[in-house]
Design a protein around this ligand. Structure first.
Ligand code: 4AD
Ligand code: MG
Length: 484
């Protein structure tokens, strides 16, 4: 009976497996090399990027079983661990019994032992977790989520479960996904001929949340420091390598923090995450590092990055971020104009314009060559809840910009003064009656407070070096794309 001993995961075996131990392993075949007398099977069970080599006494295994042990098939094996004779692995399992649990017909199984393009893998998103690259990404993603919870827990922050169904548009950008139970073929109308949402499930218009911030503020003004971590949804029609319609966001919100405190926390958190990855995802990062170096080889010399993935992570962990005001950044962008090739010809002309990702990347990658925190943005390009500065033109906003990514964090000190907030909402045509609950925090026991949102997938992109955001979330949702 193959199943009589408890299964050991390959990660544990490779870390501290003892020679001579009898073990049971289960997993999926990556490759098989067979000769008349011996067969070598590289087995992976997803617990690590590394495979365990199984050594099979070929003549003792029936031909049919041997044939079924093909790339992608699942197997269970019992054997004795031995120091490996061959190069490339420290131990191997001399197999005594082997059972094929599930075949993977080589004629049909799309994942063969070679490098597949990311585009192809996106088309088979249901199988791509079985590739080395996606296995590594899934594990790094998990470690990053764990690191975030640990970071905030150690600081005494409370994890707030903010709602996914809401009646508000926190960012006021009109990019919400509507949620309704109404029959779209027979929508009820009110006396004015408009859709009668009173007859809908919640008796009002509702949508999927774009941000948990407003609810986060409610809790922060009660328990001081909170963070949310969950999926958020934006129906923005952007087909870029940095936008998803469903992405995960981490949103800390802190009472009694000003903008400087906010920037300090964001920088500390990002460095903590990078350090955690460097310490806890060594094998996966080494694999991803090699993968990227390989990819870079195919790029023209001038488009290759100066640092490898591992060097970039080390650099971010060890160096202070640059902090600079929007106004000073505009000056740099203006001054840099004559030196730039065509690509940067449309650098900022006017104070007040929003920065495009080219501008952000210019500041980070060409000018400062390190992460940059931009602060004090013009109020007209930012959300209604940001605290107005005394100059009457800017708000206490901050964005963290990362190399290869651009904006990774967006946040601000919040407008805690009721009259200022009401005035700004009026100017921006935000109906007061829908946000009475929010305004109550300013009416009763208001305090200075701040917060920010980290785009979790953008951070995973940075840590794994993946160029396309669709490749760092298991099931990407983008315009026209919601396969399953
Ligand atoms: O800058 P944003 O829109 O800020 C907010 O939502 C605030 N309520 C956050 C806060 O202060 N609590 O989004 C925050 C971050 C961005 O910096 C970016 O990293 C990420 O979320 N992000 C996206 N990531 C992937 N796909 C999208 N469509 C994204 N939109 C924003
Ligand atoms: Mg933003």
């Amino acid at each position: 009976m193959v199943d009589k001993i408890r299964r050991t995961k390959i990660r544990q075996i490779l870390n501290d497996g003892k020679s001579g131990a009898e073990l049971c392993v289960k997993g999926w075949v990556r490759t098989k090399r067979a000769s008349k007398n011996v067969a070598f099977v590289a087995l992976n069970d997803g617990s690590t990027i590394n495979n365990l080599q199984l050594v099979l006494d070929a003549p003792k295994i029936d031909e049919q079983t041997l044939r079924k042990i093909s790339t992608g098939a699942s197997i269970s094996a019992i054997g004795v661990l031995e120091e490996s004779q061959g190069a490339g692995q420290s131990v191997e399992l001399l197999v005594k019994e082997i059972k094929v649990l599930g075949e993977a017909d080589p004629e049909e199984y799309p994942l063969q032992p070679k490098r597949h393009s990311m585009e192809f893998l996106r088309e088979i998103a249901h199988l791509r977790p079985r590739t080395n690259t996606f296995g590594a990404i899934l594990r790094v993603r998990h470690e990053m989520a764990y690191a975030l919870h640990t970071f905030f827990h150690k600081k005494g922050f409370v994890n707030l479960h903010s709602p996914i169904l809401t009646a508000s548009d926190a960012e006021g950008a009109g990019e919400t996904f509507r949620v309704t139970t109404l029959d779209l073929n027979n929508v009820p109308k009110n006396d004015e001929g408009h859709v009668d949402y009173k007859q809908d499930f919640f008796e009002k218009e509702t949508n999927l949340t774009v941000s948990g911030q407003l609810e986060g503020e409610l809790a922060a003004l009660a328990v001081s420091e909170i963070y949310t971590f969950g999926p958020t949804f934006r129906a923005e029609n952007s087909n870029t390598t940095r936008h998803l319609a469903e992405f995960w966001m981490v949103e800390p919100e802190m009472a009694f923090y000003d903008l400087d405190d906010n920037m300090d926390l964001a920088e500390e958190m990002l460095k903590y995450m990078v350090c955690h990855a460097l310490e806890n995802c060594k094998d996966d990062l080494e694999f991803l590092n090699k993968r990227l170096l390989e990819e870079e080889k195919h790029k023209p010399q001038n488009q290759r990055s100066e640092m490898s993935l591992l060097e970039r992570l080390q650099f971010v962990a060890e160096n202070d971020f640059e902090r600079i005001s929007y106004t000073d950044a505009i000056e740099i962008l203006k001054r840099s104009k004559p030196n730039q090739k065509k690509k940067f010809q449309y650098l900022i002309e006017e104070w007040g314009a929003d920065l495009q990702s080219e501008h952000e990347r210019f500041l980070v990658e060409k000018h400062f060559k390190k992460p940059v925190i931009l602060f004090n943005y013009p109020k007209d390009i930012k959300a209604f809840y940001m605290r107005q500065n005394d100059d009457g033109k800017t708000v206490a906003a901050m964005d963290v910009l990362f190399p290869g990514i651009g904006e990774i964090v967006g946040g601000s000190q919040r407008e805690e003064r009721l009259s200022n907030l009401e005035k700004r909402m009026e100017e921006m045509n935000i109906p007061k009656d829908e946000l009475e609950w929010y305004l109550d925090t300013r009416k009763f026991g208001t305090v200075p407070h701040s917060g920010y949102g980290l785009g979790f997938e953008r951070m995973i992109q940075f840590v794994t070096g993946m160029g396309n955001i669709r490749d760092v979330i298991p099931f990407p949702r983008t315009p026209g794309n919601c396969e399953f």
